[in-house]
Ligand binder design. Structure first.
Ligand SMILES: N[C@@H](CCC(=O)N[C@@H](CS)C(=O)NCC(=O)O)C(=O)O
Length: 374
């Protein structure tokens, strides 16, 4: 199918998606989380039992990684930050990036009063720490990467985002370019005290570091690197649109946000169509037959679109994928990866939910204020 034809079908399908949604709106009420459920989530503490289950379910090579995972201490009185606003650092990143490019100029000289030559410091204590959330889609990139590369890592610190530990908040402030920002996972602290933030960068640290040889997830050729990165950047424009869907306050806002989701996915589909290495006998990963970090950086978001938007907004990702054949082939390929399936298997035990879907739905509850009666 040519792109023009696919696009035409896509536009048609978009209107029928809305028609279907309006139909269903009369039939079903979206379940919004009650204040009681929210409180329960707030008080969530990963139990020793859940941790044990996670240990038991782990693949052999990854066993030692999770075997020593530890929860941080919960000293709420000294915690310097609250996450009740539900801020996602990634949200609106496309716009933020655009405006930061637009305003890129020589930085003004620092005012003598504010200039500093000292560095923010983090105590080196000979121990890696990766502050993490099992349901966070950004952390998911790193988790998949580590499983794919068979990285044995004993520094996981599973953060409860509703009750952030002091150690996490301090470490984030040490490494973030914006020390005042709401602390977000993932954050990696190395034994020498260096702190890294931003999931894509931490993921690449694990991909490019010879300490973790494993399978090479970097595309083999420069052209494939281009194609993989173009796909990753383009696919990830769905992220702010996804949050807009959740935050929508009325039907009109929701429809516009859903159009943005569909548009982002149509662009990702087009990237694959334009990529000569992709499809059929060439293989259905975004760089063709080689599974790469660009797949790791994107595939975890499919389940959020599928499960979370279905639950809160009655949006059916499968309907959209039917109209986007290249993206569907990619989704079919990456969603079979044992690494991804392993994370799905482990999530419920780590966060104390009965299924991975329930865990993801709970993770995003705080973003949904308007309950569309779909
Ligand atoms: N751009 C960041 C986004 C990270 C992010 O938004 N993480 C969420 C969890 S999925 C978070 O920690 N939010 C802070 C909060 O909930 O208070 C990245 O890619 O690492």
């Amino acid at each position: 199918m040519s792109f023009a034809a696919a696009k035409h079908t896509f536009v048609q399908s978009t209107s029928s998606v809305f028609a279907n949604r309006k139909e269903k709106k009369k039939k079903k009420n979206v379940i919004a989380f009650s204040p009681h459920q929210k409180t329960q989530k707030k008080n969530l503490i990963v139990s020793a039992e859940a941790t044990k289950q996670a240990h038991e379910g782990i693949a052999e090579a990854h066993e030692s990684t999770l075997a020593s995972m530890r929860m941080t201490s919960r000293n709420s009185s000294s915690s310097s930050s609250s996450s009740s606003s539900g801020t996602y650092a990634h949200e609106g990143i496309a716009e933020a990036h655009e405006s930061s490019l637009a305003s890129m100029r020589l930085a003004p000289a620092r005012d003598a009063n504010t200039a500093t030559t000292s560095r923010p410091s983090s105590k080196a204590d000979e121990k890696d720490a990766l502050y993490f959330s099992a349901t966070c889609p950004f952390c998911h990139k790193i988790w998949i990467t580590m499983l794919e590369k068979n990285i044995s890592f004993d520094g996981f610190v599973w953060e409860d985002l509703e009750n952030k530990s002091e150690a996490f908040c301090k470490t984030f402030a040490t490494g973030s370019p914006d020390a005042e920002a709401n602390p977000s996972v993932p954050v990696l602290r190395l034994p020498n005290g260096k702190v890294m933030v931003e999931s894509a960068l931490v993921m690449n640290y694990f991909c490019c570091n010879d300490t973790y040889p494993g399978v090479d997830l970097r595309p083999k050729t420069a052209e494939q690197r281009y194609d993989g990165q173009l796909f990753e950047n383009t696919f990830n424009t769905v992220v702010p649109a996804f949050f807009k869907c959740l935050r929508a306050k009325n039907e009109a806002e929701l429809e516009s946000a859903i159009s943005e989701v569909e548009h982002a996915l149509a662009k990702a589909d087009r990237c694959l169509q334009m990529n000569a290495s992709f499809g059929g006998d060439n293989g259905n990963y975004c760089c063709g037959n080689q599974f790469t970090s660009h797949d790791c950086a994107t595939m975890g978001f499919l389940s959020r679109l599928r499960v979370v938007l279905k639950h809160y907004r009655d949006y059916d990702l499968n309907n959209t994928l039917q109209k986007l054949p290249w993206l569907k082939s990619w989704a079919d390929a990456v969603e079979k990866r044992p690494s991804l399936l392993k994370t799905y298997e482990l999530v419920p035990g780590i966060v104390g939910k009965s299924s991975v879907d329930e865990a993801y739905i709970a993770h995003f509850a705080k973003f949904v204020s308007w309950s569309s009666a779909i």
